[in-house]
Structures are given as C-alpha cells and as structure tokens.
Ligand binder design. Structure first.
Ligand SMILES: Nc1ncnc2c1ncn2[C@@H]1O[C@H](COP(=O)(O)OP(=O)(O)OP(=O)(O)O)[C@@H](O)[C@H]1O
Length: 291
C-alpha cells in the first residue's frame, strides 16, 4: 500500500528529499501560486490509518503553524511515528484530510520545503560514503540537474557546521558514533534549507554531548523561522524550544497545549503522569506518556 501511495505521489521518501522527476524549482518559490502564504505547514484533520489490519490512527487532528515548534508525545505504540509517516506520505491515510502549506496532500509536490529525519535509520547503507556526500544528498531536491553550484556547496557546509561535523566531512559515515551519525542525518535534512523540519525521535540513542549540539542546532533553525514537528519520548534538552505539545494515546489526541513540564524531568517508564497545566476544577489529564 505504501508503494502504491509512493507511485501515486511520484516521490521517494527517506528524507523527503526527492520530488517529481524532471521538476526543478528555485528555493523559496512556492509550488502553488494560489497558495495562501499564511497557510499552516501541516493540517491534519480526522486522520485515520490502519496498519496490519489494526487501526493505528483513530481520528487525529494536528495543526502545526508557521514558525511553531510542536512536540508529538506519547507512549510506545501510541501512533506518533505513524502520524508523521502519514504526513510525509509513507503511510496512506484511510480517512480524514491532510494539507501541507495549504495544499491538499495529493496535490502537494514541493517536497523540497520539507526536511524529514526518520526514526532510527542509518546513513551507512553498505555503500562507502563520506559525511559530506551524505549531507550533500539532502540538497538533491533543491538542485538543478548537474554539478553542485556554489549555493549547494555553501548550504552543505553550513549544515555540517550547524551540527558540528564540519571537521569530519571527509570521514566515512561508517566510522561515526551513533550520535554523530544522527547529527549527519539531521545535517542532510538541513542542507535542503527546509521551511518545515520533521524529526522522529532525533535524540534517541544520542550521547549527551551530541544532544546538546542538536539542541543548539535546532535553536538556530527556529530563530531563523523554521517550523518544526518533533516526535519525542521526553522533552529533555529540547524543552525550552517547544511551543506546544500534542500527546497521543492509542491513536487519539489526548492533549494539545502547553508542553507537560514533568516529561523529561521526573516521568519514568511506567509512570502515568498527571498533566500539571490542567485547570484546578478539571479532571486531571493523565498523559501516560511513558506507559
Ligand atoms: N508496518 C506496520 N504493520 C503493522 N503494525 C504496525 C506497523 N508499524 C507500526 N505498527 C503498529 O502501530 C502502532 C503504532 O506504532 P508507531 O510506530 O506509530 O508508534 P509510536 O508512538 O511511534 O511508538 P514508538 O515510541 O515505539 O516509536 C504500534 O502498535 C505498532 O506496533
């Protein structure tokens, strides 16, 4: 079904970095001239999806506005990855509506505007590649056919510097630690200068030093106006950047509002924590983030 969806939309996926064949477009030029410049980068309404015969998304509403940093939280298996994979076209929706920058998903072709860092992937596919080569791949959607231009090289260099990997540019990716690897994958997404950055558990398996670097990288991107949707298990060092949190449970949204402060501070696996922002007279929202 995924392959069918992929063929239909004419794109390839891994990092949201390719698009309809033969199409070239200068960075920053919108695909749809009728597009409303104020349109939300992501608008998901009543989204449903089924995997392996089981409903995994059960009517999700998720809006990410321009310049916002939204964390998608929830326990294992609550549907976070499926939600973002449906947004980037890897999982077909069985119902509901999705618009990207105001364009219905099926008509959306401007994938260069979106940078996607999937969960737990590896850049080392068995083909020997250097750090710079992997990061340069993130530029493909922005490039005209032919050798990289000055702007392409500059964007790759900037992305390498942002994640603190410029001094490793010539190294094979196979020689990197897990955290460095993740930084390279994020640099690959950043090299495309996306307006919307979607990252699925960017801190998973990343050492503390790399986490701090990634938080700094993200801070700079956000300061430049990039819109960000992050799937997270805990807010951790990214907490100060998060504008809003959407919490999923069993494929449904159970909270959409201020980030739950306790997550990443005292929530432990198995702890069904009570949301601290609930109104005094309201029923406490049990996010159960980690259960
Ligand atoms: N390809 C698939 N086929 C069948 N079931 C799937 C598939 N992918 C995911 N699922 C199931 O869908 C549910 C939601 O999975 P998903 O990966 O979206 O959850 P998640 O919230 O991202 O969890 P995690 O934090 O563990 O990554 C889980 O029960 C999972 O087992």
């Amino acid at each position: 079904m995924e392959a069918e969806e992929a063929r239909e939309s004419g794109e390839t996926r891994e990092s949201g970095e390719t698009r309809e064949s033969g199409e070239t477009r200068e960075p920053g030029v919108a695909a749809d001239p009728a597009e409303n410049p104020a349109a939300d980068p992501i608008s998901l309404r009543g989204a449903t999806a089924t995997l392996g015969g089981r409903p995994v998304l059960r009517g999700i509403d998720l809006t990410v506005r321009r310049g916002e940093v939204v964390a998608l939280l929830g326990a294992n298996g609550s549907g976070k990855s499926t939600a973002v994979r449906s947004i980037v076209g890897q999982v077909p929706l069985s119902g509901g509506e999705l618009t990207l920058f105001g364009t219905p998903r099926r008509r959306f072709r401007d994938w260069a505007r979106i940078g996607y860092v999937p969960q737990r992937t590896t850049a080392a596919s068995g083909v020997p590649a250097t750090v710079r080569e992997v990061v340069s791949a993130g530029r493909l959607a922005r490039r005209r056919f032919g050798p990289p231009r000055k702007a392409d090289r500059a964007a790759v260099q900037r992305a390498l510097e942002l994640v603190g990997m410029a001094d490793r540019a010539r190294d094979p990716v196979s020689a990197l630690s897990g955290g460095q690897h993740q930084r390279v994958l994020i640099a690959r997404a950043l090299a495309g200068e996306p307006e919307l950055l979607i990252m699925d558990e960017p801190m998973a398996g990343v050492d503390l030093a790399s986490q701090e670097i990634l938080a700094g990288t993200l801070r700079e991107q956000v300061a430049e106006g990039t819109t960000v949707l992050l799937v997270l298990h805990e807010l951790g060092p990214l907490e100060p950047l998060i504008d809003r949190a959407v919490v999923l449970r069993d494929g449904c949204v159970v909270h959409d509002g201020p980030p739950p402060k306790a997550v990443g501070q005292h929530a432990l696996p198995g702890h069904d924590h009570v949301h601290p922002h609930a109104a005094p007279d309201a029923e406490p929202i049990r996010t159960g983030l980690l259960t």
